[in-house]
Design a protein around this ligand. Sequence first.
Ligand SMILES: Nc1ncnc2c1ncn2[C@@H]1O[C@H](COP(=O)(O)OP(=O)(O)O)[C@@H](O)[C@H]1O
Ligand SMILES: [Mg+2]
Length: 223
Amino acid sequence: MIVLNDVSKVYHIGESEVYALDHANMRIREGEFVSIIGPSGSGKSTMMNIIGCLDIADSGQYLLDGQPIEEYTETELAKIRNRKIGFIFQTFNLIGNMTAAENIELPLIYQKISREERKEQVAQALEKVRLSGRGKHKPNELSGGQQQRVAIARAIASRPSLFLADEPTGNLDSATGREIMELFHELHTQGNTIVLITHDNSIARQASRSIHILDGKIREVAR
Ligand SMILES: Nc1ncnc2c1ncn2[C@@H]1O[C@H](COP(=O)(O)OP(=O)(O)O)[C@@H](O)[C@H]1O
Ligand SMILES: [Mg+2]
């Protein structure tokens, strides 16, 4: 599903070059639960942006479901992101003046899904994250863990083929983090592909496979 061939991303800072990704090679199959682990500054967010089609590599090739991403226009990439990828961020990225249900519904509006279907998908997604009954709450009326569950419901509602999470438990206490990890396990059991990015070993270990990243270089470690 995900194939990176010699992917590099370089930032120019004054005279110097920083390889945020340095000839990275990676393969993730459909239905896998993979963690990408590395310390701060190792290139994790850059990797997430590439895998999530939010950014394009400077060199190398990224194939998503066999399609070379470099060949698409920004409009086409936006469509691919909406259709295929469910993003989950450390800071939840919910819209503050919208209710939980409205936050979950918003991407479905962009996908031109009918009102009736949207209501159904929002209800199902809220149920999956065990937040039925909280749909009318605004983010600031919910705990951090609940807000992250809304963000996961928003991802679920679009029925993506890939869940891509960048430090999803980074802003949560460890008990709440465990609840969030349980949800990812459930999604994995239901056949979804999950790529979870973290600097936390205890989180990374819970995936079926861990890919290590350091100074933009990929190292696969067998367990
Ligand atoms: N927009 C940017 N401009 C310049 N350097 C950047 C930019 N984004 C990331 N970097 C650099 O690329 C490297 C990888 O960053 P990042 O992918 O954010 O790492 P991580 O998410 O693992 O902390 C770091 O050295 C960082 O300073
Ligand atoms: Mg980061």
